[in-house]
Design a protein around this ligand. Structure first.
Ligand code: GDP
Length: 193
């Protein structure tokens, strides 16, 4: 399913969102958390989402089609210090509009650098996700030893709602990529979808 992923459209305003039908999963995280790399690793498409550009530049919501009525949504990264107040407000409005009443939004994948998890803005994103299923990727796990990674995993898990799932992930080593793929595939096919 993921290998056929293709870019659909970018949205700068709610009027640009594709039709609200089918099922989509949104990927969210701080700028530079490794979100683009995670999307590329999960889809197995090396340059589907653009990586390593200037942090905080992308203010668009990008939609990718995985198959008929199945989408992956790349939300703009948040928390980049050098972004103007104007852009921050614009981001907040666009994200607010996206989360309010998007019927096809079935789940959120929240990506956090394993070395800097659960910052204030991550909690705000979790509030946006509200009642939706959340899957957390603790990214760049290759940057920590196995012991440190396992300890962080347990600490993050204990802070989140028991409904959320959490895993270690590395786009560089490939650790956790299969698990993430399986989880996303399940989230894309809810019982009623
Ligand atoms: P985004 O801004 O959240 O989309 O993040 P990117 O995917 O562009 O990655 C930001 C930076 O982190 C880049 O320099 C990537 O090479 C690096 N990065 C991403 N994933 C990993 C990973 O799994 N391990 C390591 N060591 N670096 C990573």
């Amino acid at each position: 399913m993921f290998s056929n992923a293709k870019f659909m459209s970018s949205a700068a305003r709610p009027g640009d969102f594709p039709e609200d039908a089918g099922v989509e999963i949104a990927f969210a995280g701080r700028s530079n958390c490794g979100k683009s790399s995670a999307i590329n690793a999960i889809t197995g498409r090396r340059s589907l989402a653009r990586t390593s550009r200037t942090p905080g530049r992308t203010q668009l919501i990008n939609f990718f089609e995985l198959g008929p009525g199945r989408r992956l949504v790349d939300l703009p990264g948040y928390g980049y210090a050098k972004v103007s107040e104007e852009k921050r407000l614009y981001w907040r409005e666009l994200i607010g509009a996206y989360f309010s009443g998007r019927k096809s939004l079935a789940a959120v994948v929240l990506i956090m650098d394993v070395r800097h998890p659960l910052k204030d803005l991550d909690w705000q994103m979790l509030e946006h996700a509200d009642d939706l299923p959340v899957h957390v990727l603790l990214s760049k796990a290759d940057k920590l030893s196995r012991t440190e990674g396992t300890r962080t995993l347990a600490a993050v898990r204990s802070e989140l709602s028991p409904d959320a799932s959490v895993q270690l992930f590395s786009a560089v080593s490939g650790f956790g990529v299969e698990d993430a793929r399986a989880r996303v595939a399940t989230l894309l096919h809810p019982a009623s979808g």
